[in-house]
Design a protein around this ligand. Structure first.
Ligand code: UDP
Length: 323
């Protein structure tokens, strides 16, 4: 099948492109390289382009018949979205509308969309199911919720078949060490911890140890990037088989505190990894853990790399290789 991977030079998209090519699909990667890396677009045919360029999209869709589109191309930094919401609504919402319009015009009705746990806002339950209220607390989360609403309307009116995959904390890296996380600036916990282990930073700033959790540090649900890719394939196959369009949570279902992540990283790397407790980071809920029962039961999704040790081990291998 011909599959378009928008944002395929980014962290999750690049792993997805590799997976699809290895599965025998004909992959086109579209990326504007605003946050992605040309070196990460190693699989499929790479086209540099921006979703804001409607004519460019038209011409791409005129040249291919995409059985499915996977859309990873968005900005994803909460703090940045609060400082510059316009940039987030323009890229994450308006540019996605361009893509949807062109998909509609070219009769490409299947979309697997990267959503986020940030659509939920402050959790009201211990683990989050898809029917938890959507009350995002920052423009990033709102931009993703808006797109989910648009997808629902496009589905009803134009027959778009869509899956919104609400990632919890994507982590880990390609076990071959070819691909991994490389954000600039890096804000995510595991890569920052590993940069300290690698001697690129002096210490981890641990944002808050006075949360209402057993050890006082925030709890998150870390899910391996390849498990996310597996879920995309399941969701795509589900839609191609005529399955229902909806949102799916993707997480491991078990939460780890920042202190636990740090301790596992120290044991995986054998490095000391100094950490200093700092004030809380604005907008961080104490606990975000997925209930992914729907994806497991209805999509048949199984996580292959659920162990935090494995996730950190793969991320560490990537961190050392890219040095
Ligand atoms: N965190 C931290 N220091 C850092 C980066 C993150 O203590 O340098 C904490 C952060 O406060 C949160 C957890 O690690 O509790 C995960 O943060 P990350 O940015 O990786 O993902 P988020 O859950 O915000 O999407």
């Amino acid at each position: 099948m011909q599959i378009l991977v928008v944002g395929g030079a980014g962290y999750i998209g690049s792993h997805m492109a590799k997976w699809l090519v290895n599965d025998g699909h004909e992959v086109v990667v579209l990326d504007n390289l605003s946050t992605g890396h040309a070196t990460a677009a190693r699989y499929g045919r790479f086209v540099t382009g921006d979703l804001a360029n409607r004519a460019g999209l038209e011409s791409l869709f005129a040249r291919h018949t995409f059985a499915a589109v996977m859309h990873f191309g968005a900005f994803s930094q909460v703090a940045e979205s609060m400082a510059d919401p316009a940039r987030y609504y323009a890229n994450n919402v308006a540019n996605t509308l361009n893509l949807l319009e062109v998909m509609h015009a070219h009769d490409a009705p299947v979309l697997v969309f990267s959503s986020t746990a940030a659509v939920y806002g402050e959790p009201e339950t211990v683990s989050l199911r898809e029917d938890h209220p959507l009350r995002p607390i920052n423009p990033y989360g709102r931009s993703k919720r808006m797109v989910e609403e648009i997808l629902e309307d496009y589905g009803k009116a134009y027959g778009l078949r869509w899956a919104a995959l609400r990632y919890f904390n994507a982590a880990g890296a390609d076990p071959d060490g070819e691909l991994g996380e490389q954000h600039d600036p890096e804000t995510h916990l595991i890569p920052i911890i590993l940069q300290v282990a690698a001697g690129k930073r002096s210490e981890l700033a641990l944002y808050g140890d006075d949360y209402d959790t057993p050890d006082g540090t925030c709890i998150r649900d870390y899910v391996h990037v390849l498990d996310l890719c597996a879920a995309h394939v399941r969701a795509m196959e589900h839609l191609l088989a005529g399955g229902v369009s909806r949102a799916w949570n993707l997480g491991n279902g078990s939460g780890f505190s920042v202190a636990e992540v740090l301790s596992v990283a120290r044991s995986v790397t054998g490095k000391e990894i100094p950490a200093r407790v700092m004030p809380r980071r604005p907008g961080d809920p104490a606990r975000l853990v997925a209930d992914s029962a729907a994806a497991r039961q209805l999509l048949g999704w199984e996580t292959q790399f659920a162990e935090l040790e494995t996730i950190i081990h793969h991320a560490w291998y990537w961190e050392r290789r890219r040095r």
